[in-house]
Design a protein around this ligand. Structure first.
Ligand code: NAD
Ligand code: 44H
Length: 493
């Protein structure tokens, strides 16, 4: 067994690829907020490829802004910011590689000045973000900037008074303010979160934040800073002790925080950068002028399918994505959702055959080695349902298209929030709006359909009579027949 560190790289099992470049010589060019599982399987991996190909000046300074990120800091600092990425293909082929592109990790609550210094450094040309859908504070229904987290709210007051930032948005705005005050070129703000128009959303959040701190700064950012949109894709489950053990058993690497993901990877990136960008296209990134068709395809087919399978799956007693996707009843339901409800809302996607894309998704979902849990998909469902599924519902209502599978998912979500599976066992929803959601769903007892009046999620959709009637029917079907029974009923219609 070899404990991972810069010193032990040459001792690793030769099946584990290691950085071929001199990490000590890599200069930083990207400051990344939110060094979670996904950043480490995706952007950091692409940058590792770039550095391996000889690119200079694009090392990553990772930043955690949450107190809970101390665990990542501790794990990475113990192994010189290196980690093992293990990918598994649906056919079982496994590859392992030590990623070296994160050259420094900063825990913002303890080192705010170091984070500001990294953003101030003219070598930093991109600030990238994976801070989750909720991290932008944008109300999905209205598009208004309404942050709810304490750090962002504190920064909205504190930044104007010169206090050190606490939130990712606060650091980005403070960093841009320093650039402006120094007469320097700003950095690009590159969101890699799963949000339609993630660049537009990041721009809206940063501008609204800056407007509250210094309107002239907001105007400067609006004129000078690029916020590229992107479609990002690689299924990356949470690292568990079982994953650590697998890396140790299969590759002999003792790694405190490896990442295990699928082999599939995709990044479609809008070519819009303020201060230059790496030659991403040379390492597998699709650099395009319009990302939207790819984004809509991915969010409405992949991410919405995760929502579609998870509430129904958990109600039926399943635990894993592969479990439900290998079940014919669920597979037929998901393919039906993709074919009859999501795909009619999509424009043609350049170079993509949507039949093949949907079939490949089912192969990816069915991959047992990934061990992705249904529970991972439902954390803060109130952030995900509006971004992934409701755009499909809105478009289908507008065109008179089918909605019955999407509505069954909404009904399953409402039943899931009630916390009881079909066999009577307890379910544990995790959602930042759980209290409000439970009040909303309790209203169903006296006023069926009133759950849809919960505006923070549904906006004005609750007033749609067709949707409301279908929702009431779907809830009744789930109550009488359970999740599997409801799927059977749909399959035989
Ligand atoms: N895991 C995947 O399969 C996957 C795939 C594509 C895109 N993504 C995107 O990446 C995001 C992160 O996913 P992950 O798998 O890395 O999760 P994770 O739980 O491993 O990491 C979450 C990261 O987000 C940061 N974060 C969370 N809330 C924040 C906030 N309010 N402000 C600042 N930082 C915050 C945390 O510090 C942490 O680094 C997702 O929300 C999604 O938008 C994930
Ligand atoms: O992480 P989220 O909230 O964007 O959505 C949950 C999953 O659908 C998502 O993580 C997918 O696994 C990912 O988008 C695949 O690329």
């Amino acid at each position: 067994m070899t404990t991972l560190s810069a010193r032990t790289l040459s001792d690793l099992d030769p099946r584990v690829a290691v950085p071929s470049y001199d990490r000590a010589a890599v200069r930083p060019g990207i400051v990344h907020f939110g060094v979670g599982a996904f950043h480490r399987s995706h952007e950091a991996m692409f940058v590792d490829r770039l550095l391996s190909a000889g690119a200079e000046g694009w090392g990553i300074v990772g930043v955690g802004t949450l107190a809970s990120d101390a665990a990542m800091r501790d794990a990475l600092s113990a192994q010189d910011d290196l980690y093992t990425l293990v990918t598994t293909a649906p056919d079982g082929v496994v590859e392992a590689r030590v990623v070296g592109s994160i050259i420094r990790y900063l825990l913002a609550p303890e080192q705010p000045e170091a984070v500001l210094a990294a953003l101030r450094d003219p070598a930093t040309r991109i600030a990238s973000l994976t801070i989750t859908e909720g991290g932008y504070g944008i109300n999905d229904a209205t598009g208004a900037f309404e942050p709810r987290d304490a750090a962002t709210l504190a920064d909205l007051d504190g930044l104007a008074d010169g206090a050190a930032p606490q939130s990712a948005l606060g650091f980005v705005v403070a960093g841009l303010r320093e650039r402006r005050d120094a007469g320097a070129v700003p950095f690009t703000v590159m969101s890699c979160d799963n949000i339609q128009g993630n660049g537009h959303v990041a721009r809206a959040a940063v501008l609204a934040f800056a407007e509250r701190v210094d309107p002239a700064l907001a105007a400067w950012i609006g004129e000078t800073v690029a916020f590229p949109n992107s479609m990002v894709d690689r299924i990356t489950p949470v690292t568990t002790d079982e994953s650590r053990q697998r890396v140790a058993d299969e590759f002999g690497v003792e790694d405190r925080w490896p990442v295990l993901s699928e082999s599939f990877v995709q990044w479609v990136l809008e070519d819009s950068f303020t201060a230059g960008r790496p030659a991403f296209e040379e390492v597998g990134v699709q650099v395009v002028s319009d990302v939207e068709p790819y984004e809509l395809m991915k969010l409405r087919l992949l991410n919405a399918s995760h929502q579609a399978m998870s509430y129904l799956g958990l109600l039926s007693g399943a635990e894993y994505v592969h479990q439900v996707c290998r079940d014919e009843l669920f597979a037929e339901f998901l393919l039906g959702y993709m074919r009859d409800e999501a795909r009619p809302t999509l424009a043609p996607v350049p170079g993509v055959d949507l039949d093949e894309y949907s079939a490949e998704l089912m192969r990816r979902f069915g991959s047992e080695a990934i061990k992705d849990t249904l529970m991972r998909q439902i954390v803060d469902g109130s952030d995900r349902i509006p971004k992934f599924l409701l755009p499909v519902v809105r478009a289908q209502l507008a065109s008179g298209g089918e909605i019955e599978r999407s509505v069954l998912v909404l009904a399953a979500w409402s039943r899931f929030l009630e916390g009881v599976a079909d066999d009577g066992s307890a379910l544990s929803p995790v959602d930042k709006r759980l209290d409000e959601l439970r009040v909303a769903v309790a209203g169903e007892a006296d006023a069926p359909g009133s759950f849809l009046d919960y505006a923070p999620v549904f906006g004005d959709l609750g007033s749609d009579a067709r949707l409301r009637a279908a929702f009431v029917e779907a809830r009744a079907l789930l109550a009488s027949r359970g999740a599997r029974g409801a799927l059977q009923s749909l399959a035989t219609r």
